[in-house]
Design a protein around this ligand. Sequence first.
Ligand SMILES: Cc1ncc(COP(=O)(O)O)c(C=O)c1O
Length: 449
Amino acid sequence: MSTPKSRVMHRSLRATPPKAVGGEGVWLIAENGHRVLDASGGAAVSCLGHQHPRVLAAMEKQAAKLAYAHTGFFTSEPAEELAERLVGHEPGGLAYVYYVSGGSEAVEASIKIARQYFIERGEPQRAHFIARRQSYHGNTLGALAAGGNAWRREPYAPLLSGAFSHVTPAFAYHEKRDDESEAGFVGRLAAELEAEFQRLGPDKVAAFIAEPVVGATAGCVTAPEGYFRAVRDICNRHGALLILDEVMCGMGRTGTLHAWEQEGIAPDIQAIAKGLGGGYQPIGAMLTTRRVVDTIRDGSGAFQHGHTYLGHPMACAASLEVQKIIAEEHLLDRVKELGVRLERRLTERFGNHRHVGDIRGRGLFQAVELVADRATRKPFDPALKLHARIKTEAFARGLACYPMGGTVDGRIGDHVVLAPPYICSDGDIDMIVDRLGQAVDVALKSVGH
Ligand SMILES: Cc1ncc(COP(=O)(O)O)c(C=O)c1O
């Protein structure tokens, strides 16, 4: 095998991906001129598409004024203004922002502030976190320990903290029994969570952490009605915090700025990233309540955490402009409308497809799950790497989508996530589904189906 020329350690060490040299709205342009419709915003990042002139101008303006000032000495105008915009109106009681550089860091900060909050409240025994199987919370060791995806955890298992345990995900397609009602399924999951609190000792649990809509690892899985209200009640009853990881599903992706708005509950701590800056700058954030911040302020006085690039002025300026555009152009309404169209088109194309078992998601965050047999929901042999074949076939047809394997349990199952930009046209949605349809059929044919 020839060694690729690039010195960059790419995701595959055996192949160098094509060079992207330009972007234009929903399109990405490769060096050879190949134009690719960005139907997943990378990994649900590019909510405003590429090269948005207003965001570029805001970044230029900030760069000309002040590129960087360490938060150990200064705050900055964009950091303050962005915080006002995000939590000035205290949505769901979230009143403060802690800026970081990405999703994993946002999750790390969420876990650490939950722990510190309980130490400062005089409950230092609360050192356990309950999460869900098949969740993804990031790749740093703390976030990976929280995550419940078997394949991602496996090589690092000896390094992962035992402070995290995992319960069954609210993944109806695979976890709900055929003879069970939706309410019955929610009741069973709630009972399992309650039992996990009891097993650990309810006063030993700091927080429950979950993605309101599970993204990369299971493919846009929404929870059944009432699930998050049940979870919120259990946390409240035992004095534990609820951490919601909206790194992928948040910031408008599902049609409301926060995915939890559609669940009738709010978290104590929330992680956001991706759509926060739309990919224009690396930025993430942890949002939390007055109760959490005031407890620490009245105790030690400082969150015992930090990174060099916290609150980076360039990142905050880009993100501020992204959020202004989403609000001023009423893009959340557009996400809802486009989401309805996307679902309709996916249903038309794949509703009767013999190898598409489920079409699911919310807003511009939808996925199809591939199965060998619809009746039994039996997945394909993972050795076929069907998801990777779909990715390749889609890319060859000018479509970037986000297929992933391990849908069922981290090892078996295939799904494709779509997370197109909020600025898509109706025609873009149709083209996405059309190209995906072709890619899925060609990939299936290549494995003899
Ligand atoms: C739900 C969720 N949490 C955390 C992360 C980690 O974010 P990052 O890759 O920016 O570190 C991701 C990334 O895909 C995610 O989907």
